[in-house]
Design a protein around this ligand. Sequence first.
Ligand code: AVJ
Length: 337
Amino acid sequence: MTPASGSCSARQASSDDWTLIDLAPPVADLRADARAGLRASPKRLSSKYFYDARGSRLFEAITRQPEYYLTRVETALLEAVAPRIAQRVGPNVHVVELGTGSGIKTRQLLDALDDPVAYTSVEISKAALIDSTRALAAQFPHLQLLPVCADFTRPVPLPPARRAARRTLVFFPGSTLGNFDDDDALELLRSIRQTMGTHGLALLGFDLVKPVERLEAAYNDAAGVTAEFTLNLLARLNREADGRFDLNRFAHHAAYSVERERIETAIVSREAQTVDVAGETVHFDAGERIEVEISRKYTGASIRGIAAESGLAVAETWTDAARDFALVLLRAQDADA
Ligand code: AVJ
């Protein structure tokens, strides 16, 4: 998955079978965002900047750590319930995925669906979009691919498929919604409601509330991959924003807030220090935090709550036997079924 972090204007792309549709989203400005975020109190940097090439590789490595159950559980759940999802969704849908992942879940869904008419991936990083589209074209040679380079937090005007779709199915797995704070999550769900239309559906992945030990272990793996993933944000500022961070003087810190039902991840300064970055000099107290990520955990009630607030309703919920993770099918409140 890749929240906003690239530019669409860098490369043109198409093949005989597909053409990238470039909706020219505003280019994310790492330097300006870093300056503003490090001036703020508390300091903050957006988790959307995790996913440069190295960050995306590190995230894939996280998904293979024994403590990080999310991807394994969601993939197994999707494998088990894909036929029921296909039944409920019906034939000839236009699948619209928000963000690009490894493609495994995409394949599972497309394999199970009854004759989908098209697949659109909405992705802000043009390079990631081109790579994932090429891979999918090889795997599904008869499926129409309509890659759209755009910011998926906004409603996406969908390119029409050659064969008329019976409905749109928005796919947003990985509990990625949990990386957005409450206001932004609502805005994103309202955008999804717009994109899918009155008769569309949306299939979302939600990581569920569970004992704090397991949640914290998932974000503090013993091999230290998550720590490397978090600190890559500073490495990226060194590479792309003239940063002078010494990564040894900062630490990854992830803890679960029972009250807010979310993992809160910070980069903590191990000592008092001053660092140049993006043309500024930033002071850190010993123990001072840069807030970098939240990963919200959900309950049936909280899922129903945010759905209701964004004009959506829960049509169906599938969970694994241990109730670690949920795949939830959402419909518009004003739809008939
Ligand atoms: C990409 C949203 C699924 O929040 O669990 C993993 C990102 N951050 N470990 C999550 C992440 C640290 C991840 N998602």
